[in-house]
Write a protein that binds this ligand. Structure first.
Ligand code: ADP
Ligand code: MG
Length: 693
């Protein structure tokens, strides 16, 4: 289906010259597996390789390009000794130095007596000039092939600019010219160049301006990305609207029985939300509804009510959550809540392998399982439901929109309930997800005390630990969340481990450590121990952020709170205050912090209201930044930056509307070109949907 022309861009990265298994792995981790992924990774800077006639004019520690004459080789005699090539540049001596060098290679690239151009970082070492591992060694007559300006890419350890440059340039050479898919109106409005020209100009810049945010090359690609995204949403939505939904029965025996057995009364807010959802569920059209409610507002109960309605109507229901820990926790809680009802709840995660997985798949297919809780494993292709009627997606912000929609492509059109604790402003959610109905739970369960939040500087740490020690004497538990160092999980872990050791001594070993590098099984067992055994503190990196529900936990300490975003701190705080005991949140922070960090901390102290927090978050960070982060719930774009490209979005939407009216199935000539675009941004699911409709 993909056109011949663009096929080469979907080859594995290992098809490039010089990319073996080890490098391929690094590329894959950084970008993805295909050549096209390289094209979307734009340079963030440029470097100048200043050409100098005379070394004395060049600056130490900068990149220089010099014409040298090779005088003599001094090969290394043992492993740690460098290989030195003594040269002259206009009467001034300079050494070229190699570590772990392959002698014959150097001898042949820099033969004695010959002139060459070399480029690299100029050092001054033991009173003489030197360049270590020059990035370029060039024949004198080929100097024009060396670009004086070179793009710089964000890379990962093990992958260097030289390899990357070669790979991206090779990929550009494979890049075809494609027929234009943007309409004339926008091409002329923005003066866009073609897709290929734009890519070439960015990846082969002539100046720093060529890669600027404002530059028309990048803007063109941003337009493309937004177009592919909005078009995919539109296609899927058109398809969904044509499909009939499933009308559940109005009979609610299971629901009533369940509500009667609950140890608490539903809040008015919960009842309202349930009424709205229930109306949708019993109607013919397909429900796609977002249930927003602050952490701890009791969304799960509403999900269960919907599930029971589906089951009573003879359908299966699935609940998808972002992590295995959370899936397990939901599974245990829900089984417990449903124990008086005769249901077959099953848990399916990526941990189910081999025969256990097959057994579960069988029961899902023959309908023996009527309520399936799981992770991403639930949307794998080989999963075949007997009659899926409802899909609940919890903590939606960890899933992309396309994963969410994938469900609606299976069999009949199941109802979809998306639950989220992170309120997203309407304009942003429209851009990201298209239209969705919305219900809100605005109040917390009765009797819930609001969490007391205080801030403390790190030098008072010992006072805090002493207080904590006294507080935890009566069966209460605490979370201690350690600082977030985004660049490196290893540093995260080191901080958490140090904290763990300190607390372990003080609390006589009743302390556990949880972090992202543990295996899923170990994480589960730690969570389980913390919940059910005599442990008092769980020291953790931010892995506990989403959804964990342990009633006995009444204190949360967030260390280096100044490094956390507002929404994230609020999510973390929501881990406590899950019963009627007064809970506390302590924000431990550095003495001197930025104004924005101060604002965030004081907002946390001021309010417990998630919607208000979200509003403030937007004010402090701005829409663009919220869109870009993982916590926001919104898909992040590779090229577009919605704080900058907002104007494009309006034009993209108008254009998509036009397409949707004139050529919804993309069968015209222009439609075919648009399909290329969808493939290039890997919106394959939209194409599948086109085929299915
Ligand atoms: P969230 O909205 O964050 O997903 P949960 O659904 O996990 O919240 O609910 C938090 C806790 O509150 C759970 O232990 C749940 O059983 C309890 N809960 C839910 N509704 C009520 C209610 N109306 N009254 C008292 N407790 C409730
Ligand atoms: Mg929840």
């Amino acid at each position: 289906m993909r056109s011949e022309k663009i096929n080469p861009l979907f080859l594995p990265i290992s098809t490039l010259p010089g990319i073996g298994t080890k490098l391929e792995l690094l590329f894959n981790r950084l970008l993805g597996t295909r050549l096209i992924n390289l094209l979307w990774h734009l340079p963030y800077n440029v470097i100048k390789r200043n050409k100098h006639e005379n070394i004395n004019e060049a600056q130490i520690n900068t990149l220089v390009t010099l014409k040298i004459k090779v005088i003599k080789h001094i090969p290394s005699r043992f492993k740690r000794q460098p290989y030195r090539v003594c040269c002259m540049c206009n009467e001034i001596p300079i050494d070229i130095v190699f570590f772990n060098a392959r002698h014959p290679v150097i001898k042949s690239t820099l033969p004695e007596g010959k002139e060459k151009f070399i480029s690299g970082k100029l050092d001054f070492f033991r009173n003489s000039y030197q360049i270590t591992h020059p990035s370029h060694i060039i024949e004198v007559d080929k100097i024009n092939e060396l670009k004086e300006i070179e793009p710089v890419y964000g890379l990962t350890a093990g992958l260097n600019q030289k390899i990357y440059l070669k790979s991206i340039q090779n990929t550009l050479n494979l890049t075809p010219s494609l027929e234009e898919w943007i309409n004339d109106k926008n091409i002329s409005k923005y003066s866009f160049l073609s897709w290929k020209e734009s890519l070439l100009s960015i990846h082969r810049p002539n100046s720093i301006e060529d890669i600027a945010l404002s530059n028309i090359f990048r803007r063109r690609l941003a337009f493309d990305e937004l177009l592919s995204h909005q078009l995919a949403i539109e296609i899927i939505r058109n398809f969904n609207q044509k499909q009939k939904g499933i009308a559940f029965k109005n009979n609610k025996t299971l629901n009533n029985k369940f509500i009667k057995n609950l140890p608490f009364k539903l809040t008015n807010s919960q009842l309202n939300a349930w009424e709205e959802i229930s109306k949708d569920l019993t109607s013919q059209h397909q429900m796609i509804r977002l249930l927003q409610g602050d952490v701890g507002s009791g969304k799960t109960i509403i999900a269960i009510l919907s599930v029971l309605n589906a089951i009573e109507s003879g359908y299966q229901a699935a609940m998808m959550v972002p992590t295995t820990i959370l899936a397990l926790q939901h599974y245990n809680n829900i089984k417990n809540l449903l124990k008086s009802l005769d249901l077959n709840v099953c848990l399916l995660t990526s941990k189910d392998k081999g025969s256990s997985r097959l057994e579960k798949l069988k029961n899902i297919k023959n309908g023996k399982c009527n309520f399936i809780i799981g992770t991403h494993a639930l949307i794998q292709d080989d999963i075949d439901f007997k009659s899926i009627g409802l899909v609940v997606i919890d903590e939606q912000h960890r899933f992309g929109v396309f994963q969410r929609m994938a469900f609606s492509n299976k069999g009949k059109k199941p109802s979809i309930l998306v639950m989220s604790a992170t309120p997203i402003p309407r304009t942003l959610s429209l851009a990201a997800y298209g239209d969705m109905d919305e219900s809100r739970i605005t109040e917390k369960p009765i009797g819930r005390l609001s969490i007391k939040t205080s801030a403390l500087t790190l030098d008072k740490e010992n006072v805090l630990i002493e207080r904590l020690y006294n507080k935890l004497q009566n069966n209460e538990k605490a979370y201690w969340v350690c600082p977030l160092v985004q660049e490196s999980e290893e540093i995260d872990l080191k901080a958490a481990t140090t904290r763990y050791e300190i607390l372990y001594k003080k609390f006589n070993g009743k302390v556990l450590l949880l972090h992202g590098q543990l295996k899923e099984k170990e994480k589960e067992s730690i969570m389980d121990k913390f919940q059910n055994e005599d442990y008092q503190i769980l020291v953790s990196t931010t892995v506990i952020e989403v959804g964990i529900d342990i009633k006995e936990a009444t204190t949360i300490i967030i260390e280096h709170a100044e490094r956390f975003g507002l929404a994230q701190m609020h999510q973390l705080r929501g881990r406590v205050g899950r019963n009627n005991i007064q809970s506390n949140c302590i924000l431990l922070h550095k003495d001197r912090i930025t104004d924005n960090a101060k604002k965030r901390i004081s907002k946390m102290k001021e309010t417990n209201d998630g919607f208000e927090i979200a509003k403030e978050d937007l004010k402090i960070r701005g829409a663009g930044e919220i869109l870009g982060t993982k916590q926001s719930g919104l898909p992040s774009f590779k090229i577009a930056d919605l704080s900058y490209d907002n104007d494009l979005l309006d034009d993209v939407r108008d254009y998509v509307k036009e397409i949707s009216i004139n050529d919804p199935k993309l069968v015209s000539k222009n439609g075919l070109y648009l399909k290329n675009l969808l493939y290039l941004f890997e919106r394959d699911i939209a194409i599948k949907t086109l085929l299915a409709g």
